[in-house]
Design a protein around this ligand. Structure first.
Ligand code: ZN
Length: 406
């Protein structure tokens, strides 16, 4: 058993779902905070649990370079290593390698790239990316794909899509042959069995969501739809990826510099070709308004570095719009950051204090800002789920935009 996905309610194309993973239940539509290096920068795991985070994202490229897959695997995978007993998803490294631009070379076999840390040369293929993702042990792992650059000529977009399809098949073949090697699975290769004994014991269950792992549980490999911004290619990519057969599907290759309206069009055009009874993951988007909009369109899972990265730069999302906390106008402002937000930052601290922390370059500024932004994103998705359950389409979008809550 890998994941189970149940749709509990729908409203138009929007779906309220429950995804059961080997490490607990994820209510969808869900926003997944990004924990690039097995850490959501500045926020400890117990706090993420308090915020209601049910699934985190880790980046294979970064973890492969540092601390290395073998180190993580010996600690029981990411769950054991970072002491996080809820669900985790890892990307395949394809997008990160794509972002290296001048530091990479793509062939049919895979991608040779240089580490952004020390310039050392590395190679990712569908097989080696799967090996890394199995070693990291996330509940959901992604096929190795090529993210098509924007803009791309039609012939280039097609060639890239075709290669991603071939890589998807190779990813699946390797995964099916090796999935039992996941560090928390029932089977352990003898070579590492003596090290397995040193793995920290699984965390005691704290609630229903943190229960033990079922015997025989495995990771789930999701396919990724590419095709650039060409809607015909997107349709073909979706249909042919579905033909290969995965327990869930992602829409990749977006947020690469295209206008937001184009992103929306591509998502809308692609969603209709993905199976209605399986999870759909839109990679790398977006603002609070956008994630609500995509959920309304029928997306079940999203991730984005925006709330955490913006927070570290003093940019905060609130029910009254964006706030740049560094501005002098907040220096003596006794009001909470967002009067409509019930997070632990907004219920305790003033804008003046947050502005001071930021201006003084205090580490706490990054911590508090990140906690608020994550809370705001998670609350946005909670409201979206609530609206789908109640069948309230209109409130759905307006409730998360610039309108203050009543
Ligand atoms: Zn807040």
């Amino acid at each position: 058993m890998s994941i189970q996905f149940e749709i509990e309610a729908t409203h138009g194309p929007a779906r309220l779902g429950k995804m059961t993973t080997p490490h607990g239940i994820v209510e969808t539509p869900v926003f997944m905070p990004v924990g690039t290096l097995a850490s959501v920068k500045g926020v400890p795991q117990d706090l993420l649990e308090d915020l209601g985070v049910q699934i985190l994202l880790g980046n294979t490229y970064h973890l492969y370079l540092r601390p290395g897959v073998e180190t993580v695997r010996r600690m029981g995978g990411l769950h054991g290593f970072m002491s996080w007993n809820r669900a985790i998803l890892t990307d395949s490294g394809g997008f990160q390698v794509f972002s290296l631009n001048e530091l990479r070379k793509v062939t049919e076999e895979g991608v040779t790239f240089r580490s952004h840390l020390d310039g050392s040369s590395h190679f990712f293929s569908p097989e080696s990316a799967m090996e890394a993702e199995i070693g990291l042990g996330a509940d959901i792992i992604m096929a190795f794909d090529e993210c098509t650059e924007f803009p791309a000529e039609p012939a280039r977009a097609r060639a890239s899509m075709e290669m991603t399809l071939r890589w998807a098949e190779r990813s699946k073949r390797y995964f099916e042959a090796h999935k039992q090697e996941v560090p928390w699975g029932s089977y352990q290769p003898s070579a590492i069995s003596h090290q397995q004994k040193q793995i920290p014991r699984p965390l005691a269950p704290e609630n229903d969501n943190d229960g033990g792992i079922q015997a025989g549980a495995n990771q789930s490999l999701f396919g990724i739809v590419q095709g650039g911004m060409d809607l015909v290619l997107r349709k073909e990519s979706a249909e042919r990826t579905v033909e290969i057969g995965f327990p869930g599907y992602a829409i990749g290759g977006l947020s690469v510099g295209e206008p937001r309206e184009v992103t929306r069009e591509v998502v809308e055009a692609t969603l209709q070709y993905l199976p209605a009874d399986q999870p759909r993951y839109l990679m790398g988007v977006g603002t609070p308004d956008e994630i609500a909009m995509y959920a309304a369109m029928g997306v079940d899972m999203m991730d984005c570095v925006l709330p955490t990265r913006a927070a570290r730069h003093g940019l905060l999302f609130t029910s009254e719009g964006k706030v740049s906390i560094k501005q002098a106008r907040y220096a003596s402002d006794p009001a909470p950051l967002d009067p409509a937000c019930s997070c632990r930052v907004c219920t305790r601290y003033s804008r003046a204090y947050l502005r001071h922390l930021y201006a003084a370059n205090e580490v706490l500024a990054q911590v508090l800002n990140t906690i608020h932004n994550l809370s705001f994103y998670l609350d946005t998705m909670r409201r979206v789920r609530h609206s789908i359950r109640l069948g309230e389409g209109a409130r759905f979008l307006s409730g998360v935009s610039s309108q203050p809550k009543p």
